[in-house]
Design a protein around this ligand. Structure first.
Ligand code: XUL
Ligand code: CO
Length: 439
């Protein structure tokens, strides 16, 4: 087979003193951290759409990068070339997973039967490559937001015909996910929301989304999909308001409609910040509800109000992310780089630099999060901060034996309570800095 990225060698770990732009400085796949090799803590995935499809087009200008891979775009030859490029790319970086939308894989035809035939053909080819390389599928999904028919959403559309079309795409995408043995299936409701309540039946739209998800679960289970379904919360963009606003909202929705046993969260860093939360907050909310499934690893620009999907470079954030992931006992999914190069970074080398940056950032985050946990001062502080609930009147509260009368009687008997202990935020932030930047 022809090598596509001829100027790029296999990217290897060279350590922190290396200045080789095509080497890892921190991601050392086999290094043991807290008893497990880094690559098991960090199952990285390539997003088909950003890496093999997107070429820099934005609202103000056309492509800057050439992603034709020597073929004509919009053809099945191009679809196959993307498979070749993708697998060579993942192998050169040591990435073991990929994620895809249906229409990332093949050009969409007018007739869904023809699109599905193309999907069968390309996934046969992908399966061959997967067997050859050992690379696996992290998750699949259906793109129910790009085609104009989805202008009002898929599950939330006002048109039953469009709803049927969404059902057909989900059915096929689930079949493909099973065929490729994907660990998960994602719902990102990009257009499941509204532009104005003046034309919106919010209750019906939400019920219909839940109905579609229920049908997806029933069908998925009937064809042998044993993995997790994921909701990927995002508050806005493209719609003004999206129903899966954040993790807490999505979890409430899943519980309301009895879908919580089959679904977990796929948390994306940049979506968290758009919702006005930190990435860590969204991970914690998911984890404490037993629903931390997978992560879309990217970062936003806090000065911009949209989803910039940048490769993660912020070690502080990655450390707090990995702290949450380690505390939760790891992910059932993985770390999908839902990230793209900046438009002026249009060369082949830039594709690799983006992933090297992201993988090194998360490797550093893992190393530092493990150090925070081993250091133990933050954990000890939190334990101590809530120690009052382990004995006496506090224990009656957590055990559930307290009544309002008991607690009121206790309050009356003791006079004014002492102030709660200091939160010591600055001390704790110093510990974090000390561990992050220890010379
Ligand atoms: C969009 C986004 C999607 C999902 C998959 O903001 O994150 O690419 O990850 O549909
Ligand atoms: Co995403």
């Amino acid at each position: 087979m022809n090598e596509i990225f001829k100027n790029i060698p296999t990217v290897r770990f060279e350590g922190k003193d290396s200045q080789n732009p095509l080497a890892f400085k921190f991601y050392d796949a086999d290094r043991i951290i807290l008893g497990k090799p880094m690559k098991e803590h960090l199952p990285f995935a390539m997003a088909w759409w950003h890496n093999l499809c997107a070429a820099g087009t934005d609202m103000f200008g056309r492509d800057t990068a050439d992603k034709s891979f020597g073929t004509e775009k919009g053809t099945m030859a191009h679809a196959r070339a993307k498979v070749d490029a993708g697998f060579e790319f993942m192998q050169k970086l040591g990435i073991e997973y990929f994620c895809f939308h249906d229409v990332d894989l093949v050009p969409e035809a007018e007739d869904i039967k023809e699109t599905n035939r193309r999907l069968d053909e390309i996934t046969d080819y992908m399966l061959e490559k997967m067997q050859e390389t050992g690379i696996k599928c992290l998750w699949g999904t259906a793109n129910m937001f790009s085609n104009p028919r989805f202008m009002n959403g898929a599950g939330s559309t006002n048109s039953p015909e469009v709803y049927c079309f969404a059902a057909a795409q989900i059915k096929k995408a689930l079949e493909l996910t099973v065929k490729l043995d994907g660990k998960g299936y994602v719902f990102w409701g990009g257009r499941e929301g509204y532009e104005t309540l003046l034309n919106t039946d919010m209750k019906l739209e939400q019920q219909n989304i839940a109905r579609l998800m229920r049908m997806a679960v029933n069908y998925g289970r009937s064809i042998g999909f044993t993995g997790d379904f994921y909701i990927e919360p995002k508050p806005k963009e493209p719609m003004k308001h999206q129903y899966d606003f954040d993790a807490a909202t999505a979890i409430g929705f899943l519980r309301q409609y009895g879908l919580d046993k089959d679904f977990k969260m796929n948390i994306e860093a940049n979506h968290a910040t758009l919702a006005g939360h930190t990435f860590q907050h969204e991970l914690r909310v998911s984890a404490i509800n037993g629903m931390l499934g997978s992560i879309d690893a990217n970062q936003g620009d806090l000065l911009l109000g949209w989803d910039t999907d940048e490769f993660p470079a912020n070690v502080y954030e990655a450390t707090l992310c990995m702290y949450e992931v380690l505390k939760a006992g790891g992910l059932t999914g993985g770390f999908n780089f839902d990230a793209k190069n900046r438009r002026p970074s249009y060369t082949t080398e830039d594709l690799f630099h983006g992933f090297i940056l992201g993988m090194d950032t998360f490797a550093l985050g893992l190393i530092k999060a493990a150090a925070l946990i081993e250091d133990g001062r933050i954990d000890a502080f939190i334990r101590e901060r809530y120690a009052g609930y382990e004995t006496g009147i506090g224990k009656t509260i957590t055990e559930g034996t307290a009544t309002l009368e008991n607690l009121a009687a206790h309050a009356e008997s003791m006079g004014a309570p002492a102030l709660p202990g200091s939160g010591r935020q600055e001390y704790l932030q110093s510990i974090l800095n000390e561990i992050l930047f220890k010379a």
